[in-house]
Unconditional design. Structure first.
Length: 244
């Protein structure tokens, strides 16, 4: 499949960008509906998206560049060339969380309340955006003989984009279901971090294009760190609630 959907005035518009845009649009719609149930202002999610989305995109690029500094240190002009690829979702999560935190401070909104509202939307956007990897024929796994393998350059490989997309959709619906059962503010967001990182650790082990830290892939190390941090924060928030 041609990764370019169409051209406008000589500018190429890729399917990857279209899918990411679609994912963001649906994410905003879902989060807006959830915010209304929490009696938050109608435009709060739009205001958040205007700030958090650009910062998250910058975060995805900075993360990738930081772990590939051997190359970008020699060719600094390439840092801004995101059309050639090089975005990492963990950097986007970090950037988005920081933007969301300061946004809540400014708007005087409880951070954990808003984090719970947007958590399902984040993973919904990730589930849709992963299909851009398929169109670009990137982020695939090692060779396999499994019947659902896909052909890349004449070799049948694990469709890791598909594994992650399916898991993300499952987590999305689970988080929507579990919202009514949550025990404290922040639990939905922490569950998102834990469940996504759990699957990402194993799926990343199948990929062949990952950044590395010693014997482990960078995303695996970061996933373990996120799981540990989320579990510690969950224990803290749950303990704090019991004293309220």
């Amino acid at each position: 499949m041609d990764p370019i959907a169409f051209r406008i005035l000589g500018i190429e518009v890729g399917w990857y960008g279209i899918l990411i845009g679609l994912g963001m649009l649906l994410a905003v719609l879902v989060a807006t509906a959830r915010a209304k149930k929490e009696n938050l202002p109608d435009d709060i999610i739009i205001d958040l998206a205007i700030i958090a989305v650009p910062i998250a995109v910058i975060g995805t690029r900075l993360y990738y560049v930081a772990f590939n500094w051997d190359y970008y240190g020699q060719f600094p002009r390439e840092i801004l060339n995101i059309r050639q690829g090089g975005l990492a979702i963990h950097g986007g999560i970090i950037g988005g969380v920081l933007a969301g935190y300061f946004f809540c401070r400014y708007k005087k909104i409880r951070f954990w309340q808003l984090a719970d509202i947007v958590a399902p939307s984040i993973i919904l956007g990730q589930a849709i955006g992963r299909w851009g990897n398929y169109i670009n024929q990137e982020a695939y796994g090692r060779p396999t003989d499994l019947p659902w393998g896909i052909m890349i350059n004449g070799v049948k490989v694990h469709p890791t984009f598909l594994y992650e997309s399916i898991w993300n959709f499952i987590v999305f619906f689970f988080l929507l279901y579990y919202t009514k059962k949550k025990k404290f503010e922040g639990e939905i967001f922490l569950l998102y971090l834990i469940l996504y990182s759990f699957a990402r650790f194993f799926i990343e082990g199948l990929r062949t294009d990952s950044l590395m830290i010693g014997p482990l892939r960078t995303a695996q190390v970061i996933s373990l760190a996120i799981i540990l941090g989320a579990l510690v924060m969950r224990k803290y928030l749950l303990g704090r609630k019991s004293y309220l």
